[in-house]
Design a protein around this ligand. Structure first.
Ligand code: 13P
Ligand code: SF4
Length: 400
């Protein structure tokens, strides 16, 4: 149950501060930040690159560094592999000989890596303040309360949960326990199709999609041909999710009211504006963007899809990309010499502030600590949560 009382005038509970400022305090119940123990090297230390290289060399095969595409250039240069959430989950699982998995990404990704690797392997997140505000939008208590609401409406046994990778281990465990699967932005269509096949009667089966309403809606409407009316939005800050039992009974997809604040900045105006500014531009966006943005775009896909599309694009083509800025800048630089013009979809800067928390000083501190035999910032999911979350993740990895 949520504890805060609803405000009577709005009947809506305020959203708690998504991320503690600068991540300097601890809140073990969420993805919020904690202080970094020990002394971080100064960002102005001219030897940081050499220090990271030396520590990594000293660790040799004992360490495997994963880098999400949204990481800074200064960090990504040390990644043994880069990828989207799906690829990195698979890569972590396929590396049983590495004692340390250093995850340059955010907390839920490191949790997933811990779940998919052996008990002997230690997953490390260089800055524990690297959480994800979207993952924080669905807590275990809120989701349990939602399930009670679905039960009271008489629909819970028709519901299959599908949780986006961008969720805490608790939410993944809930999903595993209730017969559901995890998905990422590269396999959401297959995950929804799978989920509809799980119910006794696919025509009455419903999906509870957590926590990103936009990925859920975009996949249902764009990829599965469903209508917007097939979807309802469950607001965890309202009594009964703000929905009547009838609305829940009529819905095919129950979308959790969560979103990514980075992708939420792109708007229909951004698309129209870039089309006017850059004649002939192709608009390519991530499915975490709002539905109207996705509907107005030419192409939609995960970070890995965005990269592959640009690799295959003809010389001289023009692209406006709607995703995190570190990646877009890197792609713009990489493809400039192939005469591919790549611009950021919005006029304003749009970094993921928590992805950006992993910087070179944190990476150096992590690698040097490990090289000296001191384990820091380990991400470890408890056994019961891990077992159920693994069930859901393995269902995802087995999707056709
Ligand atoms: P993908 O890399 O899976 O496309 O996800 C994007 C994202 O928002 C990760 O937080
Ligand atoms: Fe979370 Fe959005 Fe950042 Fe991805 S880009 S980690 S979804 S806040």
């Amino acid at each position: 149950m949520t504890t805060a009382q609803p405000r009577t005038d709005l009947d809506v509970q305020p959203t708690p501060l998504a991320l503690l400022l600068l991540g300097r305090e601890a809140d073990p119940a969420s993805e919020r930040g904690v202080d970094c123990p020990g002394d971080l090297p100064s960002p102005s230390d001219p030897d940081l690159v050499a220090r990271a290289r030396a520590a990594k060399e000293k660790l040799g095969d004992k360490v495997f560094v994963l880098g999400h595409h949204y990481q800074r250039d200064e960090v990504i240069q040390f990644a043994d592999v880069t990828g989207d959430s799906f690829k990195l989950a698979r890569d972590a699982a396929a590396r049983p000989e590495a004692e340390y998995i250093v995850f340059c990404g955010v907390h839920f990704m490191a949790e997933s890596a811990d779940i998919l690797t052996s008990d002997e392997q230690k997953v490390v997140l260089p800055d524990l303040a690297a959480g994800c505000s979207m993952a924080d939008m669905a807590t275990a208590e809120q989701v349990a309360e939602c399930w009670d609401v679905l039960s009271e409406a008489g629909v819970a046994d028709q519901v299959v949960p599908v949780a986006y990778m961008n969720s805490s281990a608790d939410i993944k465990a809930f999903t595993g326990k209730h017969g559901g699967t995890i998905c990422t932005s590269s396999n959401a269509k297959r995950a929804l199709e799978w989920a509809f096949e799980q119910g006794q009667d696919p025509s009455t089966t419903k999906i509870l999609f957590l926590p990103d309403q936009h990925l859920g809606r975009n996949t249902a409407v764009r990829d599965l041909g469903m209508s917007l009316e097939d979807c309802v939005v469950y607001n965890p800050h309202k009594p009964n999710g703000g929905l009547t039992a009838e609305q829940l009974r009529d819905a095919r997809i129950i979308l959790w009211r969560g979103h990514c604040s980075v992708h939420g900045r792109f708007s229909l105006e951004s698309v129209e504006d870039v089309r006017a500014r850059v004649p002939g531009v192709n608009v390519l966006v991530h499915p975490e963007c709002k539905h109207e943005v996705v509907a107005a775009a030419d192409l939609v896909g995960s970070t890995e899809y965005i990269i592959k599309t640009l690799e295959a694009a003809p010389r001289g083509s023009k692209w406006a990309i709607g995703t995190e800025l570190n990646l877009v800048r890197r792609l713009a630089n990489r493809f400039a010499e192939e005469d591919k013009e790549i611009v950021f979809l919005d006029r304003t800067v749009c970094f993921c502030s928590t992805m950006n928390r992993i910087d070179l000083p944190h990476l150096v501190w992590t690698l040097e600590s490990l090289a000296e035999g001191t384990l820091v910032n380990r991400i470890e999911v408890d056994k019961e949560t891990e077992d159920f979350a693994k069930l859901a993740l393995e269902r995802m990895l087995a999707l056709p």
